[in-house]
Design a protein around this ligand. Sequence first.
Ligand SMILES: Nc1ncnc2c1ncn2[C@@H]1O[C@H](COP(=O)(O)OP(=O)(O)OP(=O)(O)O)[C@@H](O)[C@H]1O
Length: 410
Amino acid sequence: MQRRTNNIDYQNFVHQTPKHNEYQVLEEIGRGSFGSVRKVIHIPTKKLMVRKDIKYGHMNSKERQQLIAECAILSQLKQENIVEFYNWDFDEQKEVLYLYMEYCSRGDLSKMIKHYKQDHKYTPEKIVWGILAQILMALYKCHYGEDLPSLVSIYDRMRPPGKGKNIVIHRDLKPGNIFLSSHDGNNESGGKATVDYSEVIVKLGDFGLAKSLETSIQFATTYVGTPYYMSPEVLMDQPYSPLSDIWSLGCVIYEICSLHPPFQAKNYTELQNKIKAGKFDRIPDYYSNGLNAIIHSMIDINLKTRPSTFELLQDIQIRTARKSLQLERFEKNLLDYEKELVNIEKLLEKQAVDYEREVHRLKEHFEIALEQGIRDAMDGKKMSKVPDSIQGYYGKTLSKPAFNWETRYQ
Ligand SMILES: Nc1ncnc2c1ncn2[C@@H]1O[C@H](COP(=O)(O)OP(=O)(O)OP(=O)(O)O)[C@@H](O)[C@H]1O
């Protein structure tokens, strides 16, 4: 395993040297445009992870830099709703870069949408709000480079974020890049075919196209993205900003409700025209006006009126969804704690029973020995068998009981 090559610029990285043989490689779970994704176990911690194998041999220097950028971005972005980047390593001979990341066992939003489509059911509204709130929490970290303050009450006024250093624009928000994980940290789906979507944690991932900008004023002008979710300003080659992620997010949430994207067309030109016009149908009547309104506010062709991540997080329904997620988490922690207490109680009860049984046994033996000793004494024999202590009788390291057996165990 070589660690240096002229083709890759490692200067942006701060990483502890990973050891290739610390990972046990398991099955492949998918393939992307750059290579395969496999499950691996980090042997020292027994942690299940994914390893993204990226062949860089055929890449030009721009693509390699993009790859490095993804790693650099991911290693900085630590937030509960962002797929965690653990480490990286590479094999220079095979020209493969290995990225070790959090494993999300519950699939992604494209699978969830497919599930509801197949079942001919709408995604429950509560689930939609929960997903929207969680993606906004992830985007807050990306767009402002800060941790989102926790919510004490739904009426809390949020302090506006700072100037935004090291902000990140995802640039490729789509259902297939939004992963789902479980609350209990048990990342094995246990062979379960069905996922309880009311209980999943949303994780924003696949930052392959993300662009890290030094400040919020500096914009990227190049775009590579998925047409269905592409914002009109990007289609018109205008500077790319965090608001373009908001447009894409609006399209993703629309699709979760309607089970199809807001703009559909037979060809690219038709799609482009529809996106630029910004006209689309209401989400099904099954959903509230509040949800419809927030989706419409995000899929707004006017950048001046399209809300930012911060503004969306102020929405009372988003705050309610956040609070509800917090309470569910709290309830889950309490239930786990209760289970732990029940187990401890059972253990203590068993120890108490074992202890009493042992004491009872010792007491009986002690009494028999004592009676025998007294009888021997009355018969005029030498009182050699009368124990001074249980230890004396059994040869055990037990001191004479310090309490009165009769009153204690009546
Ligand atoms: N962290 C992860 N946890 C679980 N599954 C993952 C994870 N990352 C990727 N996958 C799965 O691996 C497969 C390949 O993912 P990858 O992101 O490499 O490519 P893609 O998004 O399908 O395509 P593209 O490379 O064009 O973006 C997908 O099925 C994806 O769901």
